[in-house]
Design a protein around this ligand. Sequence first.
Ligand code: SAH
Ligand code: SF4
Length: 442
Amino acid sequence: MSEQHISPAAVSTAAGLTPIPGNVDPMTVARPSLVDGVTPREDGRIDLIGLPKKRIAELFEGAGLDVKAAKLRAKQVYHWLYHRGVTEFEAMTDIAKTMRPWLAERFVIGRPEIVEAQHSSDGTRKWLLRTADAHDFEMVFIPDADRGTLCVSSQVGCTLNCRFCHTGTMRLVRNLTVGEIVGQVMLARDSLSEWPKNAEDSRRLAALMDDIGDDDDEEGGYHPSGRLLTNIVMMGMGEPLYNFDNVRDALKLVMDGDGLALSKRRITLSTSGVIPQMERCGEEIGVNLAVSLHAVTKEVRDEIVPVNKKYGIEQLLQACADYPRASNARRITFEYVMLKDKNDSDDDARELVRLLKHYKLPAKVNLIPFNPWPGAPYECSTPERIRSFSEIVFQGGISAPVRTPRGRDIDAACGQLKTAAEKKSRAEIDRLLAEKEAALLG
Ligand code: SAH
Ligand code: SF4
């Protein structure tokens, strides 16, 4: 790919998106300007993936069905698309045989294209995916004994530039659409052969979802009865809260009992701290929140998570305390990447405990050993340092497990995702990061 030679404005104009002006808060990056909420493909057919039932009904009506028939067909098609995962209208057996070609002439059932699938020695799988307008992004699946977690991307690239994150060295190419976000979950179900095959499967799935209690690692208790994909984390490429509307609409399809039917308690959205969207996230999506804190002083967080210059630590923690769903049963996860001699001292650990207690946060801390990438300006803390940090936080009464890095051998671990085979010099990376920061603060 050669995104690095093209300005984001040129890319987005070519892709039919609203150009992204230079000096703006990245939050104002518009969602793609769609014709009536949908983007017809080159052959004029409309991709139904990403659309809610109501919109599908409107399209059917626009294509000539009367209101009642459009509503009924939309209900059936929606069920086949999102609950059963079919990719051909021909497979929709309760729709009249003559109706199926009528649908296929006008509509398609899309999936992101798979460019490459990799398998790590620890079982982690990574897919390189491509949008219809040829932008690459990644999705990762992490199987564990009692769960399977899909790490979903929200953007191609990222407007932010956390200094320890490989995605942060990419430009934002564009926001992913609703279809491209929910399409990742659907592709994973395809690859894992996990769609319910009949009504009995669906009933079991529903019962399973009802059955789910609190999902904290250390509390356990839940057994997915052989299901592989049980959890979703919005922790792939991009900052989900800078693509709020599309992420919300995609997750609504994922959570809908008649759609992909995954419980909101099994979905976690991770943000670097985009405060203005956090409350909306709780109110309009209602999923678990993870916050990339990573530092306890302004000086260090300004350096490693530059969005901190706009939204500081105190403001961020207050927004967490106000998060609509935060309670003891639904704790907020604070992610803390362990960077050698940067944020990993015992004093840092004590300050972390003090801050979380000061804001009375129902919190859990995830300590993430830094995953290296070529040219990264940091090193991972030593195991002894990480252990000592973790113990201090535990002694402060806050759970602080150390996350085992997964899929490092295929660059699938946290912060290693980056698609374009860009070979940039350090000077070029620094220039790009300076540009992004100016845009953020402008
Ligand atoms: N943009 C969102 C979600 C994607 S990043 C966010 O920043 O929260 C998912 C997690 O991986 C974040 O906590 C991020 O800070 C962390 N991360 C990024 N680069 C990393 C690296 N090189 N090693 C370990 N964790 C990293
Ligand atoms: Fe973007 Fe998250 Fe990476 Fe920061 S850590 S650059 S917000 S993807």
